[in-house]
Design a protein around this ligand. Structure first.
Ligand code: TRP
Length: 460
């Protein structure tokens, strides 16, 4: 019982938080849905062989993603604090579980460094789309247009800074006002537009090849590395394993149904990814693009779909605007991890914490912004900084954080407190489900992640 008292910081009452139940869902969804769905999911599905990858990814989301997400939100709401303070106060004295949070802050910088650059491409594409250069379905033309953007160091940096400054301004407006307002209004529009684009793409001649690629599994392409990539994507997609959902959980209301919120976010997130896949792959095959094009896939394929539809020019601009907004919801949540830590633990004012974070990011982010131009020859472990940060966070750091969280919840926190928190002190009748989730988190997820990591990285 003593621990229970220790875990509620005194300042909790005055913390900014989400004001309504729908706001909680929208903001959490705003964190999950982003470039991960629209850019990363399609390109990884393309480079990893299509439907087989999708099956593994869905399994990873269910078996690893959901339990970790529920656990993370639960811990954050319990402690009502940044990730570091949460782990420090909830863990028994002297045990170093806070390492998960420290690694999480590091991850948040590394992810933001490349994520802000992809967002930079999207911002730039909003303006490119307004002109006429993207009105074509010629793979060569769209590839060249993308190539000329990313190989131009000045443009790459400029757009990244525009992204970072915009994010700084939104963050200064505070949690409930800034994040909630933006995500609540624009997410539904993005869903709608993706459905329209998806339908158009499905009607293209030759679309069925794309559907086959996306839905007819060929498991011969599934290697250990592919499985690790799918698990990494599950972490990246659900914003888990590094304290992000924990930080958002700290803004959750006491009466919020955490398991059901997590499940809904997971389903909606998967749905958006599928829509993005359905918008892109039929077009890939219809117009002769390459499914394994890699990170450029979205940027070179999607203009072709818009080019072939009525009012396509207008819709293309709207599409990139909404994608930019989605990326901002995700970045807000990523940035909240270091900012909450700096302002609460190191007693910085929120503006000071925000600008410090942005300043560091402008520096670290430069290495990613220039990865396709000036610094393209600068490699560690055979990867540019852009690729390295992406690989290290999704395939190593977040899965490790996930193992840590599962072990903490399963073996230290225990089922009794797990149940108390997730039934909202007996208000919800979901105990049966909680048993299952708890045992997955306690045994199945950590072993699965560990084996996948060791095999995927070539250790066993
Ligand atoms: N999930 C977001 C996306 O798919 C990205 C993101 C937001 C994220 N917060 C995160 C990824 C925390 C990892 C960790 O675009």
């Amino acid at each position: 019982m003593q621990k229970e008292n220790r875990s509620a910081p005194k300042a909790a009452a005055s913390r900014d938080g989400f004001t309504s139940s729908f706001g909680v869902l929208a903001a959490t969804l705003g964190s999950a849905v982003g470039l991960g769905n629209i850019w990363k999911f399609p390109y990884l599905t393309g480079t990893n062989g299509g439907a087989g990858f999708l099956v593994v990814y869905v399994l990873a989301t269910l078996l690893v993603g959901l339990p970790v997400m529920i656990s993370e939100i639960m811990l954050g709401r319990k402690a009502k604090a940044n990730a570091y303070t949460t782990m420090k106060t909830l863990a028994p004295a002297g045990q170093p579980w806070w390492i998960i949070a420290v690694m999480g802050v590091l991850s948040s910088f590394l992810i933001m460094a490349f994520y802000s650059e992809v967002a930079a491409w999207v911002f730039a594409y909003v303006f490119k789309a307004m002109g006429s250069s993207l009105l074509t379905n010629d793979p060569k033309v769209t590839s060249d247009a993308f190539g000329s953007l990313i190989s131009n160091p000045f443009q790459s940096l400029l757009w990244q800074w525009i992204v970072l400054v915009s994010m700084g301004c939104i963050l200064l407006m505070g949690v409930s006002k800034g994040i909630e307002a933006a995500t609540k209004k624009l997410m539904p529009l993005l869903f709608l537009l993706l459905i329209i684009v998806g339908i158009r793409s499905l009607m293209l001649p030759g679309a069925s090849e794309g559907l086959k690629f996306l839905f007819q599994p060929d498991f011969s392409k599934i290697t250990a590395a592919v499985v690790l990539t799918a698990v990494g994507l599950a972490f990246f997609k659900l914003s888990i394993g590094m304290g992000c959902m924990m930080t958002y959980g700290s803004y959750f209301r006491a009466d919020q149904n955490i398991p059901s919120t997590a499940l809904r976010v997971m389903c909606a997130d998967l749905f958006v990814s599928m829509l993005a896949g359905i918008a892109i792959f039929p077009a890939v095959f219809a117009f002769g693009f390459k499914p394994a094009a890699g990170p450029s896939l979205l940027f070179i394929t999607i203009p072709a779909v818009f080019h072939s539809m009525p009012f396509g020019h207008f819709f293309m601009v709207v599409f990139f605007v909404l994608t930019a907004v989605a990326s901002m919801g995700a970045m807000l949540s990523l940035l909240e991890v270091p900012i909450a830590l700096l302002s609460e633990r190191f007693k910085m004012s929120r503006p000071a914490a925000t600008w410090t974070t942005m300043g560091v990011l402008a520096l670290v982010g430069t290495t990613c912004a220039l990865s396709n131009s000036t610094l393209s020859g600068f490699k560690l472990f055979g990867m540019t900084m852009f690729d390295l940060f992406d690989f290290a966070t999704s395939n190593i750091m977040m899965p490790l954080g996930g193992i840590g969280l599962c072990l903490f919840v399963g073996w230290i926190w225990g089922f009794e407190r797990f149940k108390t928190e997730l039934t909202n002190h007996g208000m919800l009748k979901n105990e049966g489900v909680l048993h299952v989730v708890f045992w997955i988190a306690r045994v199945v997820s950590p072993i699965a992640i560990l084996v996948v990591m060791l095999k995927g990285l070539g250790f066993i």
